[in-house]
Design a protein around this ligand. Structure first.
Ligand code: VTB
Length: 341
């Protein structure tokens, strides 16, 4: 990524034989166990000023939890290339055997937030049928997202922020001053932030965690109307997976700083470097998305510990049905010793 670090299968009785060629819907609930495990482990590092160990704990727990999931999974959005990530690297096979699935993970979305004890950190996983996810290189992606129920094309990545905000306000029958844009708090967004404020809209600046920023734009109670700006491309694919389930509009475009990055993207299957990706181009087919809160945010409560256990709060959703489930887990570590972070 521009400023960022350019960041078994097992044999045996396969369930794929007996399954119709659609995703087993029980997989959605199995996935929650995976994000719960990552969130529980990461939350042990909450507020300890050590983002690397927080991330490492989430990755390890998530990797282990995948061994219990009845899929033959391939990581396509992960922790990096095989030589730079010990676990959940791109191409790694995970799962206990079953239907072939592609997997997108962000075991700890918001490593710095977790280290500082800030809000909105979560563990995230998405599953798609083989070939469902854009193989996004670890670059920045310019993103725009709004919620469901609006005219198609009400906002567009190629329009100026002023025009998008005006069109969105009109479609939502709101004053532009009632429109709130969620933007990552970064120096590179100075001009964008200025333009949004000059247009009369208000801004919720977030320190990290643009997967939840994009999802927030689709949730009326979050107070966010639109997500704008650049963040990680892998995070863009995860957000697109979420929007396939909850509805809403999103576009993303990769941002390149040199030819080497373009070559890398081409090798990963991106034909046109300037392409404006739609949600379906980032996450197609039947998609499942699950997230568990590490620290409390707009959508999810963080992990809360009690003597001998912990509560977790997760969301899990599937594109096919559009059902969004919130799952409150009460974990008893005296019995669930394998989960003890
Ligand atoms: C965002 C944010 C992530 O990376 O995608 C961001 O959502 C983009 O990179 O939580 P910069 O930090 O360089 O702006 C994260 O912060 C994770 O690395």
């Amino acid at each position: 990524m521009a400023e960022k670090s350019a960041k078994s299968q097992k044999s045996g009785a396969s369930r794929s034989d007996s399954l119709p060629p659609i995703m087993d819907r029980n997989l959605a609930l199995e996935l929650v166990r995976v994000t719960e495990a990552a969130a529980l482990s990461a939350s042990r590092w909450m507020g300890r000023g050590d983002k690397n160990n927080a991330d490492g704990a989430a990755v390890e727990a998530m990797r282990k939890a995948f061994d219990q999931v009845a899929i033959s999974g391939t990581v396509v959005i992960g922790e990096g290339e095989m030589d730079e990530a010990p676990m959940l690297y791109i191409g790694e096979k995970v799962g206990a055997g079953g239907p072939a699935m592609d997997i997108a993970v962000d075991p700890l979305e918001g490593t710095s937030i977790t280290a500082k004890g800030g809000p909105n950190a979560m563990a995230v996983v998405a599953l798609a049928e083989r070939g469902g996810f854009l193989h996004a290189p670890d670059l920045y992606m310019d993103k725009i997202a709004v919620g469901g129920g609006l005219p198609e094309g009400v906002v567009d990545l190629d329009e100026k922020p002023e025009a998008n905000l005006r069109n969105l306000a009109r479609a939502k029958k709101k004053d532009i001053g009632d429109i709130v844009a969620c933007i990552l708090d970064r120096d590179r967004h100075k001009a964008l932030i200025g333009a949004v404020r000059a247009a009369g809209a208000r801004i919720m600046l977030i320190p990290d965690g643009d997967v939840s920023g994009v999802i927030a734009a689709t949730q009326p109670e979050s107070g966010v109307d639109i997500y704008l700006g650049s963040g990680g491309a892998p995070e863009g694919v995860l957000a697109a997976a979420a929007l396939r389930c909850v509805g809403g509009q999103m576009q993303g475009r990769l941002m390149f700083e040199n030819d080497e990055q373009k070559t890398r993207a081409r090798e990963m299957g991106v034909k046109d470097p300037n392409h404006k990706f739609s949600i379906l181009e980032m996450a197609k087919g039947d998609v499942v998305f699950a997230a568990t809160g590490v620290t409390t945010g707009a959508m999810l409560k963080g992990v809360r510990w009690f003597s001998g256990g912990a509560y977790t709060h997760s969301m899990v959703m599937r594109s096919k049905s559009g059902t969004v489930r919130y799952v409150e887990g009460h974990h008893n570590f005296a019995r669930k010793t394998w989960l003890t972070p």
